[in-house]
Design a protein around this ligand. Structure first.
Ligand code: ATP
Length: 366
């Protein structure tokens, strides 16, 4: 089941929660809505579900207008952050609930319900908990049951709002890969809301980055991470260093470093910000003749195979630390300790003119 969202807008009083949002969810896709708190993710999900009405725009399910369809007719399954299991029902009864409340003529037989529920409990690997009550389960187990319950009515679309938000980091990670496998097995179309970049990048086929009720970028995890289309996406997705820069006739300067910026051939003394990921910075002990920035090591943190360095530039009034990531091997070669002087150079950077924050171009440091 594909979903198409066309020019959705939604106001709450004078506040614009969604501003002309359009997007396509392909059949069988797992799509993440990612953005900071208040960016409109939940509102968009609720409009798709039919739990909220938009002021304007349309939602199509499999090409058919569902805008005026009631939530029950849309055949969507939900899972929310806080497990909404019925406390006085066993796990089995919870999962069977959606089937048991169907009008008699649409209700499967008790044997069919039993088979379907046990199959789902097996799928979420918790069939051994069928007779327990929700309070006897861990948070992660309860979320898996919530998912089994959502799937019991065979929805065409699964909508998940921060489904693992209330769980600790380790359980979250486990459930992430488990959700991915389950999604692939079920051939269902799923949309999930998260404010956790890692979760979105790891699980989703495509990521929709939202900010202030608008879509900033839609792309595969690689696309949004490697080619952010705006400073917002750059800063929201992972660590990034910002350097003040100057653009002029297709060249850019960051301190003494000059790089080619052919996309800005028309720029005439334009202020810009250069965005550089921590792993895209080369570190040398000694000055090697080519332009580089002198900096001092102020902090060293070893994390598994990676070493994170914090540096400050020598000739810069702005003392914001520069984050650098190098391999442990490279760190050993350099034999760095706190206080050492080094020379750094961006390997790859993206330039966004300060006045016109929409254009971006990847350039190779020369
Ligand atoms: N029923 C409502 N009445 C008034 N304002 C609302 C209502 N629902 C949402 N909003 C506002 O709309 C904005 C978007 O909310 P929404 O819940 O969609 O954001 P979100 O991106 O899901 O955020 P979070 O990650 O915090 O859940 C917020 O500023 C919120 O305060």
């Amino acid at each position: 089941m594909s979903i198409e969202v066309i020019s959705l807008s939604k106001q709450f009083g004078t506040f614009t929660a969604l501003h002309n949002v359009s997007l396509q969810v392909h059949s069988g896709e797992l799509l993440a809505l990612l953005g900071p708190s208040g960016s409109g993710k939940t509102t968009l999900l609720r409009v798709i579900a039919g739990l909220e009405t938009a002021d304007s725009g349309q939602v199509l399910f499999h090409g058919e207008d569902a805008t005026d369809q009631h939530v029950r007719e849309r055949q969507v399954g939900f899972v929310f952050q806080h497990y909404a299991l019925f406390r006085n029902m066993t796990i089995f009864e919870n999962v069977a609930f959606g089937l048991n409340v169907r009008p008699k003529k649409f209700r499967p037989t008790q044997q069919e319900i039993r088979d379907r529920v046990m199959k789902l409990l097996h799928l979420v690997q918790l069939d051994w908990l069928a007779d327990r009550y929700p309070h006897q389960l861990s948070g992660g187990q309860r979320q898996r049951i919530a998912l089994a319950r959502a799937l019991a009515v065979e929805p065409k679309v699964l909508l998940l709002d921060e489904p693992f938000g209330a769980l600790d980091a380790k359980v979250r990670k486990e459930l992430r890969s488990w959700l991915r496998r389950l999604h692939d097995d079920m051939h269902i179309t799923s949309v999930f809301v998260t404010h956790d970049q890692e979760e979105a990048l790891e699980v989703a086929d495509r990521v929709v980055v939202m900010n202030e009720g608008k879509i900033e970028q839609i792309g595969t995890p690689d696309e949004v991470y490697e080619q952010p289309s705006s400073p917002f996406v750059y800063e929201f997705l992972g660590n990034v260093n910002l350097f003040h820069s100057r653009l002029h006739h297709g060249r850019a300067w960051i301190g003494d470093i000059e790089v080619a910026a052919p996309e800005h051939a028309d720029a005439n003394e334009l202020a810009a910000i250069a965005y550089v990921r921590p792993h895209e910075i080369e570190v040398e002990r000694a000055y090697k003749g080519e332009a580089a920035m002198a900096a001092r090591v102020i902090h060293v943190l070893s994390v598994g195979p990676i070493v994170r360095l914090e540096l400050v530039r020598n000739n810069d009034e702005d003392k914001t630390p520069i984050q650098v990531e190098i391999s442990k091997e490279r760190f050993r070669e350099l034999q760095l300790t706190k206080g050492d002087e080094v020379f750094i150079k961006p390997r790859r950077l993206d330039l966004f003119p300060s006045q016109k924050n929409s254009a971006n171009n990847t350039v190779q440091a020369t």
